[in-house]
Design a protein around this ligand. Structure first.
Ligand SMILES: Cc1cc2nc3c(=O)[nH]c(=O)nc-3n(C[C@H](O)[C@H](O)[C@H](O)COP(=O)(O)OP(=O)(O)OC[C@H]3O[C@@H](n4cnc5c(N)ncnc54)[C@H](O)[C@@H]3O)c2cc1C
Length: 437
């Protein structure tokens, strides 16, 4: 008999579980299905570089069909779960639905940008979590430079050339550093905008940025970014966002058309529909074997799961943890069907690197800390070893090499993937551009 194994989510956690199961389960013993809403896995650590154009966006994703050998990939979302009948419902892109039977279910739907009830946040801010976010932001920054260069209205220029990031964790800081670097280089092509100058602001609620790294390294990162003219406001919160300003807790109102929200993540909301036990933050409750509390044959991991951290508390939502939880979930699932022995999640990893752009980074491995170029080099080498598939590694190296002698590409290609209608109206409306703001 072949066991039916269904995996929901094909990111770091889900795709690694699938690859591990392909490796440890004999072909005839299991039918593997992986459901994901897109047919690729996104390598998020490279997202800031995709936004800044040093990496081609398609080179920071890996097609799941390239890395999965015998797992059946289904495009769609798992949006129903009946634990009694051991079935899940999948809704495809065109709305068609399908029911899959399972003997074992692995839940790895990841997370989304955390939202808070701040007036105007959902209407006027963008997150930094997906490839679409990165592509949008790059095009948006170019468009602000174009408009700022052509307008004579100084107040409008202020708004266009001010970029506000909320949240000083590693993803926010890396995105800000890379985009500011990109915009500073691009400015040489926009003389009027350059005369006016740009303003980049980081707003962080805690007294210090980068809680993931050692305080000395966080201070180094702050000094480095302030040295580039970035205004870092700590112990400050966002109060309100409007179409062309933000209000912060110091009482200041900052005129801006760009607000990037990078203040943490929340478990994927689809989990609420899946009849699994969730903790107070909405994460799936699991034990140290990644087994879901009270449900036999159901496993969960990655950002979506409340996995006990061997260092105490819960594992942070990082790819490092997700890819190390995956072999444990796979081994325990295999053990449950009589292959191999169960294992506990005991990874005590204590490494973190944060890219600051301009060939600089900060990082730590255990008690050792690194900063500047050596940290940047170590981080890049590590990520090269981690991005799945040789073709993607080679493409990333080619992008970096090509970006050394050439200046930044300033094409604003926001219309890609949004074809115009075949109608004379679209030209009257000014093409297919999305308005700034
Ligand atoms: C900008 C940025 C930079 C980062 N840099 C680092 C870093 O340097 N180092 C590090 O360790 N971590 C980093 N992270 C964190 C890391 O990306 C996450 O911790 C990691 O992606 C979690 O893996 P996951 O498999 O749980 O979720 P994901 O990788 O998000 O994968 C989940 C997948 O499931 C899909 N999905 C969601 N719901 C469903 C459903 N109902 N049915 C089917 N599919 C579904 C999602 O669309 C997605 O494809 C970064 C994150 C960001 C945003």
């Amino acid at each position: 008999m072949a066991w039916n194994i269904v995996i929901a989510g094909g990111g770091f956690a889900g795709s690694t579980v699938a690859r591990e199961l392909e490796r440890i389960l004999p072909r005839q013993s299991a039918r593997l299905s992986l459901v994901n809403d897109v047919n690729f896995a996104l390598y998020t650590p490279f997202l800031p570089e995709a936004a800044a154009g040093t990496l081609e966006p398609r080179h920071v994703v890996t097609p799941l069909r390239d890395i999965l050998k015998r797992t059946n990939l289904r495009l769609g979302v798992v949006d129903m779960h009946d634990p009694e009948a051991k079935t899940v419902g999948v809704t495809g892109h065109s709305g068609e639905s399908e029911t899959l039977d399972y003997d074992h279910l692995v839940l790895a739907p990841g997370s989304i940008s955390r939202s808070l009830p701040i007036p105007g946040l959902s209407e006027h801010a963008v997150g930094f979590k997906s490839l679409a976010d990165a592509i949008y932001l790059r095009n948006h920054v170019i468009e602000t430079l174009e408009l700022a260069n052509s307008t004579e209205d100084s107040a409008l220029r202020d708004k266009l050339l001010t970029y506000v990031f909320i949240g000083g964790g590693y993803s926010g800081l890396e995105a800000l550093a890379e985009l500011q670097d990109f915009a500073a280089d691009a400015m040489q092509h926009y003389p009027s905008a350059r005369l006016h100058g740009m303003r980049w602001v980081l707003v962080e609620a805690a007294p210090m940025v980068l809680p993931e790294v050692d305080p000395g390294l966080a201070e180094y990162a702050v000094r480095e970014l302030r040295g580039r003219g970035i205004d870092i406001k700590m112990s400050t919160t966002l109060e309100e966002v409007t179409e062309d300003s933000v209000k912060i807790s110091t009482g200041e109102s900052i005129p801006t058309r760009t607000v990037v929200w990078t203040a943490g993540v929340a478990p994927h909301p689809s989990l609420k529909k899946l009849a699994v036990p969730l903790d107070e933050r909405g994460k799936v409750k699991v034990d140290c074997r990644l087994a879901v509390e009270g449900l036999e044959g159901v496993w969960a991991l990655g950002d979506a799961a409340a996995v006990p951290d061997p260092n105490g508390g819960l594992c942070p939502p990082t790819a490092q943890h997700a890819v190390r939880q995956a072999p444990v979930a796979a081994a325990n699932l295999a053990a449950a069907i009589g292959i191999g022995s169960p294992r506990e999640f005991d990874y005590k990893g204590n490494a973190a690197f944060v890219n600051l752009g301009r060939y600089k980074a900060v990082g730590k491995i255990g008690d050792r800390t690194f900063r500047g170029f050596p940290a940047w080099w170590m981080a890049r080498t590590y990520h090269m070893s981690q991005i799945p598939g040789l073709p993607r590694k080679i493409r990333a190296v080619m992008d970096w090499t090509a970006s050394l002698p050439f200046s930044r590409d300033l094409s604003e290609v926001g219309s890609i993937g949004r074809p115009g209608r075949i109608s004379p109206d679209q030209y009257e409306r000014g093409g297919s551009h999305r308005p700034i703001g």
